[in-house]
Design a binder for this molecule. Structure first.
Ligand SMILES: Nc1ncnc2c1ncn2[C@@H]1O[C@H](COP(=O)(O)OP(=O)(O)OP(=O)(O)O)[C@@H](O)[C@H]1O
Ligand SMILES: O=C(O)c1ccc[n+]([C@@H]2O[C@H](COP(=O)([O-])O)[C@@H](O)[C@H]2O)c1
Length: 219
């Protein structure tokens, strides 16, 4: 049988803006999962959010600044440069065609795991990737029956299983709890509050220079 290639990590998000709650947990989770490199995958139009995100060029520029000191992170811009809504199943299908022998590990926060059953063709996602889940404060603590069943069937306790199969497993990483969200950051900026400890200083400077997330002026 053909030996599997090294696992590829993928961390999808709107990243409007990218913050420490994205970067720190994913670095830890990748280490625990034994995944050497993780593609940050900014989406174009998030399919499940009402708000239109900031321009692609700004979200990409902030992401570049935020990952500068992390050689294990890089950007995959395939979703953000398309005009279609970003359905993960389609991206995974494209990645699988490119990487037939690499296990694919899709990184998500615990809140995303709780809402996984609302994703487009969600059950088919497990035919393409594993999920590596980061802790996130404020996520529900009780599991729905559906989610409990999913974990019973698919959860693995050690990372070996992620490297011995191309897809289909769930690995819950034990990552630091960081109570940060992009929504909070946008609100802090609108209210003139500090975003220290939430956002990388280079990203903060970019936000200031480009006057992102300012309160809209009405006359
Ligand atoms: N503080 C955090 N801790 C762990 N995971 C997180 C955290 N913030 C975001 N994530 C995860 O990162 C991924 C991308 O999230 P996203 O870009 O939507 O950020 P967000 O802060 O949740 O944004 P918003 O507040 O605009 O909804 C999701 O899987 C989400 O669960
Ligand atoms: O494909 C879907 O239906 C789907 C529904 C919700 C979220 N996602 C993906 O999950 C990732 C995290 O989403 P978000 O909104 O928390 O930034 C991002 O890559 C989204 O494209 C995908």
């Amino acid at each position: 049988m053909n030996k599997l290639r090294p696992a590829l990590g993928i961390f999808g998000g709107t990243f409007d803006p990218v913050h420490y709650g994205h970067i720190k947990p994913v670095i830890d989770a990748a280490q625990q999962a034994g995944v050497q490199s993780v593609a940050m995958l900014p989406c174009h139009i998030p399919v499940h959010k009402d708000l239109a995100p900031s321009a692609a060029k700004h979200r990409l520029a902030m992401l570049k600044l935020a990952i500068e000191c992390y050689p294990q992170l890089y950007i995959d811009d395939r979703e953000i440069h398309t005009s279609a809504p970003s359905y993960t199943i389609h991206t995974l299908q494209a990645l699988r065609a490119e990487y037939p022998r690499h296990p694919l590990c899709f990184f998500i926060g615990m809140d995303s795991l709780h809402s996984l059953a609302t994703w487009h063709e969600w059950q088919a996602l497990f035919d393409y990737c594993h999920f590596v889940v980061c802790c996130r404060p404020g996520s529900q603590t009780t599991l729905s029956k559906e989610l409990q069943q999913l974990l019973n069937e698919r959860q693995v306790m050690t990372n070996n299983a992620l490297h011995n199969a191309l897809y289909g497993k769930i690995f819950l990483a034990d990552t630091p709890l960081l109570a940060i969200s992009s929504t909070d950051i946008r609100q802090h900026i609108q209210q003139g509050l500090s975003t220290n400890n939430m956002v990388d200083p280079k990203v903060r400077a970019y936000i200031q220079t480009h006057k992102l997330y300012q309160p809209s002026t009405t006359f």
